[in-house]
Design a protein around this ligand. Structure first.
Ligand code: FO1
Length: 317
């Protein structure tokens, strides 16, 4: 079966591990968010692409959900010794190699999609990983700091500030001029199933949908589009999705996120069992809905979620 997954970082990657386990013979294309990308020390870092690549390729730092396992930080500490920042973004020695290869290939004229394919040749994630676009898109957040309105990079908001201040606006800079990467629209047109995993609906999946043409392609594909709620019991399972939901005026509930995506996009929505009371509300928004366990505590739990999404797709097909 041809499955397309719009994935962000940690939640998306963990779900993909479950999906691969549930349907090992499926042909899975991942459209990865690149709005988290950041340029540091002259290198291009693609956190969400790397989290998918490392997680499915077996190199991820499991408890963090980002960066490499068995990491060391000699380069990071040497940079700090030179007073070269920022120190708040933890780039490890092994991870640096990925960014050096990526930046070298980009400088040689390869598009990000070709670079990502080359990096995946090593990691063999078992899915086709496409960046949402080959063009530069970086999410910035408007915040008030020291009484001043400032716009800062998503990573500074997320990692340095830990989303501790209110986000007044979320701007995927460059999205309007960006074009879907080669293969993205074709994969969505050919898909037999499209999945929105429990990634951040605003800064991850939302950013992918902000690339002109992608939202339309998801809305118009003949394949069922099934989403899984990243909000369980009124709080994000991981990360700080509630902070960015507030920025766009969306309540941090499973039903509100489904309504935010809209029934023009979604055919079905999975909520966690604790949110079973939301099911009739979601169904009233003319999409199928079922309450199943959505905590990805281990591979089997993630695989069960993937199977539930496949079943719901069968119901709406
Ligand atoms: N997240 C953190 O909370 N702290 C970090 O120091 C950090 C470093 C980092 C380095 C490379 C990378 O690919 C991801 C990294 N992340 C870090 C995660 C990153 O902020 C992700 O973009 C978010 O987790 C959202 O997906």
């Amino acid at each position: 079966m041809r499955i397309v997954v719009l994935a962000g970082g940690i939640g998306g990657a963990r779900f993909l591990r479950g999906l691969k386990s549930a349907v090992p013979d499926a042909d899975i294309t991942v459209i990865g968010n690149t709005g988290d990308d950041i340029h540091l020390f002259g290198l291009k870092v693609c956190p969400d692409l790397d989290t998918v690549m490392y997680t499915l390729g077996g190199g991820i730092n499991e408890e963090q959900g980002w960066g490499r396992a068995e990491e060391s930080f000699a380069v990071k500490s040497e940079l700090a010794a030179y007073g070269v920042g920022p120190e708040w973004f933890g780039l490890g020695d092994r991870d640096f190699a990925t960014h050096i290869v990526r930046t070298q290939m980009l400088a040689a004229g390869y598009p990000l999609s070709a670079v990502t394919e080359a990096l995946c040749d090593r990691w063999k994630p078992g899915v086709r990983l496409l960046p949402m676009t080959d063009d530069r898109v970086e999410t910035h957040i408007a915040v008030d700091l020291d009484g001043q309105r400032r716009v800062i990079h998503f990573q500074e908001y997320w990692v340095r500030l830990r989303a501790s201040v209110a986000a007044h606006a979320i701007v995927p800079v460059g999205a309007e001029e960006a074009k879907p990467a080669p293969g993205v629209l074709e994969a969505l047109a050919d898909a037999e199933l499209v999945l929105l995993p429990p990634s951040n609906p605003i800064v991850s999946v939302g950013t992918i949908l902000a690339v002109p043409g992608i939202r339309e392609a998801v809305a118009s594909t003949s394949a069922p589009v099934i989403g899984l709620s990243p909000i369980v019991g009124g709080a994000p399972v991981r990360g700080m999705a509630d902070k960015v939901l507030a920025a766009v005026g969306v309540e941090a509930t499973a039903a509100a996120v489904a309504a935010h995506y809209g029934s023009d996009l979604l055919d079905g929505w999975l909520v966690d069992t604790v949110d079973a009371d939301a099911v009739p509300k979601v169904r009233a928004g003319s999409m199928a809905c079922r309450a199943v366990p959505l905590m990805m505590t281990d591979l089997e739990a993630s695989a069960a979620m993937a199977r539930a999404a496949l079943e719901l797709a069968g119901e709406v097909r």
